[in-house]
Ligand binder design. Structure first.
Ligand code: ZN
Length: 361
């Protein structure tokens, strides 16, 4: 099992959940809100911040921490996954080549040349505490040749990222340097997943992410690929299950050796009125894979109109400690802006509590 992760802005107990503050904010809530419910670290997206507001704006603000008023650790994802999925949706948006990614803004026509070096430089400009290498995504259903190419590029780009990272560290003479993570690709192929993990480990990084879409067509977790990768990486290296976030998936991936998680799911679900709650008797038990430890509450359902009790009895979040399910149902029905905020805080607090249970052992 991974040790607590030391960063220049504090040590993270593991496992840890990092909410997605993709564009330097978790939608609908402030950094202060996040601190108050026990969130310790967040993820931003370097590629999206390059697009808007631009690295210079963040730099002029004094870095990403000052810009968003967050003094805890920040991991900046490279955006490899986002570029890949945007280009896959619409090939006119750009092209992924052996040496670079070209991305065109659909509205303005503005063109971005993303190279491994540029993405690392960008993360230094932002001032994040954990930088992530640019990777070439693929999915488990892609043809084998495509997956092979993705692994080849991912390893080559990771080597360039490592070199650029070390060059920047030497040039900047930083006393307290950030850390750098690489991302393992290989789709659904055991051979490629293991090969990619071993090659990245031989270059040497502070941690490793499991890359690519992590679910199958039925939304089940790709447990086997996750296991191959975890087994092929150094046992004590931090392993980040990128984008994995359904509560039962977190429990399964944690059992496989992953200790860092980020996902847009809890905050997105909250905005859609889908709230998580521990089932009766599960709020203080460490769940194991396969346990039915939580339920999803659909606050829009009519049954909540007169539910004059909290979403979850015993939850200490800003919603449950003061308000009933009936009140939240009402706020959603009338379109009050505080509905999404309260639901988001509840779901994130549920994650903080879940991770505390997993750590408790
Ligand atoms: Zn709550």
């Amino acid at each position: 099992m991974a040790e607590p992760l030391a960063t220049r802005r504090g040590t993270l107990a593991v496992p840890t959940f990092l909410p997605d503050a993709t564009r330097a904010g978790v939608r609908g809530v402030t950094s202060d809100d996040l601190r108050r419910i026990g969130i310790e670290a967040v993820v931003v997206n370097a590629f999206h911040l390059l697009r808007r507001p631009g690295a210079r704006v963040v730099q002029a603000a004094g870095g990403i921490h000052r810009f968003m008023d967050w003094d805890g650790p920040i991991l900046s994802d490279s955006g490899g996954f986002q570029v890949w999925s945007l280009i896959r949706q619409d090939p006119n948006r750009g092209v992924i080549r052996d040496n670079e990614v070209i991305f065109r803004e659909p509205e303005t026509g503005e063109k971005w040349n993303l190279t491994p070096e540029r993405i690392i430089g960008l993360q230094f400009q932002l001032g994040s505490d954990i930088a992530v290498c640019l990777d070439d995504c693929t999915d488990a259903e892609a043809p084998h040749a495509e997956q092979e190419r993705s692994v080849e590029r991912t390893v080559r780009w990771a080597r360039r990222c490592r070199e650029e990272f070390d060059r920047q560290l030497a040039e900047r003479r930083m006393d307290d340097p950030p850390r750098i993570f690489a991302v393992v690709q290989g789709g659904g192929s055991e051979e490629l997943r293991r090969q990619c993990a071993r090659e990245l480990a031989s270059i040497g990084f502070d941690g490793y992410g499991f890359g690519g879409w992590p679910l199958d067509a039925d939304n089940a977790l790709l447990s086997e690929p996750l296991r191959w990768v975890a087994e092929s990486l150094p046992a004590d290296a931090p392993k980040h299950a990128l984008g994995i976030g359904r509560p039962d998936h977190v429990v399964s991936a944690f059992a496989l050796g992953y200790s860092m998680f980020d996902c847009a799911l809890p905050t997105r679900d909250a905005r859609h009125g889908r709230l998580y709650a521990f089932r009766r008797g599960w709020a203080d038990r460490r769940p194991e894979p396969g346990d039915h430890f939580y339920r999803a509450v659909r606050i829009h359902d009519a049954e909540h109109r007169v539910a004059h009790e909290p979403i979850e009895d015993g939850c200490d979040c800003p919603l449950c400690s003061r308000h009933t399910a009936a009140y939240l149902h009402h706020l959603f029905k009338v379109g009050d802006l505080s509905a999404e905020r309260l639901a988001t805080l509840h779901n994130l607090r549920f994650y903080v509590r879940l991770f505390e249970l997993l750590r408790g052992g």
